[in-house]
Design a protein around this ligand. Structure first.
Ligand code: CO
Length: 494
């Protein structure tokens, strides 16, 4: 582990922390089909489809702030393009907890990332119930739009106006409020269906069970569960994301421990009780996909490299190996009980780096190689290449080459030659996950658009930026009529 205290490498003048932290405020209003005005560039002719984004929309109630933005209630933004013209609709996910707290404008639930109820430890001790905040991802499955949060069930939304229909069991597939990951993968290369949604749920404890599910997501029986498989592993599992290849689902179990005592005692949020254990080995859980060649076989468990991973970028098979690209941190980044997330010292937190694991399924070993030293997050490939070899990846990164800082740039990297191209929104713009939408006319892997919701620190508002995925040229910028805090994940629906 590197000593993070010793890494004052970035240029402090490069960004103003208030420009960055000013994004953290409640979303003020809900709009319906609001036409967007272009502020730079030209609209994209004949563009049709909908950009969906999720992220925390309530960060403060009655003067009390959440302890971590990940504890904020989910707010969905949809930007629908009709022949190139964009219209914005946004809605809070009306979860049970949101409605209860909205009524009295007060937090009455503790957050997983450390938000406590007012009244100190005594008011939090032994209160283990939590609120399903539906704030992490938003995808289409069958006829429904789902707002996802990994520790509980999905919320169904009306695809036209984003009104909350409620918690869904997906036609009885899930038991009520069963954990359903916030990182489904859309597989466009399966023989089973022209579009599959592959996802998982984890039930954790001294033993952890991963439920791997594959849903048809196209045609007449869209939304139908096709494949369902359960595997149990020893130990506590913290699995935020996973990766798929044609034949495998790949999970990286970080070497961390969960000590629930401070959570039970009302001192910390559950996620603040996660801690790396240097004496433990991270593991890959490699589960055969029932649609693949190794159906019915038990999973492989292989030692994984050191480090902590939230997000994977892509994986594919090559000979008897799996190549897996992920964003690695030296340690688990958690905002401690005495820290203020709006004023964190970036130097004290580990930065994410793009690294490649080569997992040998024969020798059951893995090797790690750093692809880029630059701090990054939210890496994607062309959705058509998901699970297959990809030459290009796009991601959010810092503007500078070294050290930790807010994500201000969009980077394109050639994963073979390691050549990079960058577009920066600095010094006052802050980016989020880029959504890559391939061009319909072209089969070239990097032909398409990147959609980015950006926090414009200068005007203290949100912009939608569309970049050309090939050369990262700015094509169009729209000023949004709502301010959206730094968000999490999203998707594109045709
Ligand atoms: Co995520």
């Amino acid at each position: 582990m590197t000593n993070l205290q010793d890494k004052k490498v970035y240029d402090i003048e490069s960004f103003n922390k208030e420009d960055w932290s000013s994004a953290y405020k409640n979303v003020e209003k809900e709009l319906t089909k609001e036409p967007l005005k272009i502020s730079r560039g030209k609209s994209i002719k004949n563009l049709n489809g909908t950009l969906l984004r999720n992220g925390p929309g309530i960060l403060e109630r009655g003067g009390q702030w959440v302890h971590h933005p990940f504890d904020g209630d989910g707010m969905i933004t949809s930007i629908k393009f009709e022949n190139g013209k964009p219209f914005l609709t946004n809605r809070f996910v009306k979860t049970k907890g949101y409605l209860e707290e909205e009524k009295i404008n007060k937090f009455i639930y503790r957050g997983v990332f450390g938000t406590q109820k007012n009244g100190g430890i005594l008011n939090n001790v032994l209160d283990l119930k939590f609120k399903n905040i539906a704030n992490t991802h938003v995808v289409k499955l069958g006829d429904e739009v789902l707002a996802l949060w990994e520790a509980a069930g999905p919320h169904a939304l009306n695809p036209d106006n984003l009104d909350t229909i409620g918690l869904t069991t997906l036609n009885g597939v899930l038991s009520p409020n069963e954990a359903f990951s916030a990182h489904p993968k859309i597989d466009l290369n399966s023989k089973t269906s022209s579009e599959l949604l592959v996802t998982f749920g984890v039930q954790t404890g001294p033993k952890s069970t991963i439920r791997l599910m594959e849903f048809n997501n196209a045609g007449e029986n869209s939304g139908e569960l096709l494949i369902d498989r359960k595997d149990t592993f020893n130990g506590f599992a913290f699995l935020h994301d996973f990766a798929i290849t044609t034949n495998w689902a790949i999970f990286l179990q970080n070497a961390i421990d969960f000590n629930p005592l401070p959570f039970v005692m009302g001192q910390k949020g559950a996620a603040q009780c996660l801690k790396s254990n240097p004496n433990k080995k991270a593991k890959f859980f490699i589960i055969p996909r029932e649609s693949g060649l190794f159906r019915g076989q038990p999973p492989l468990i292989i030692d994984a490299p050191e480090g902590f991973v939230f997000h994977h970028v892509n994986a594919y098979e090559k000979d008897c190996k799996i190549i897996l690209d992920s964003i690695f941190y030296d340690d688990f980044p958690s905002v401690g009980p005495d820290e203020n997330f709006r004023n964190i010292d970036f130097d004290k937190y580990p930065e994410g780096k793009l690294k490649r694991s080569t997992i040998n399924l024969k020798s059951k070993t893995s090797e790690l190689e750093t692809i880029s030293e630059q701090c990054c997050e939210f890496g994607v490939v062309n959705p058509k290449n998901l699970g297959l070899p990809a030459t290009f990846s796009w991601m959010a990164s810092t503007s500078q080459k070294q050290g930790n800082a807010p994500l201000q740039a969009i980077k394109k990297i050639n994963l073979i030659s390691k050549e990079e191209l960058s577009w920066s929104a600095g010094p006052s713009g802050f980016v989020s996950e880029p959504i890559m939408v391939p061009s319909e006319k072209s089969s070239e892997e990097d032909d398409g658009f990147l959609f980015i919701i950006l926090w414009n620190g200068k005007r203290r508002g949100s912009d939608l930026v569309i970049l050309d995925a090939k050369d990262l040229k700015e094509l169009a910028v729209y000023e949004l009529p709502i301010s959206i805090p730094h968000g999490l994940h999203g998707s594109w629906v045709n």
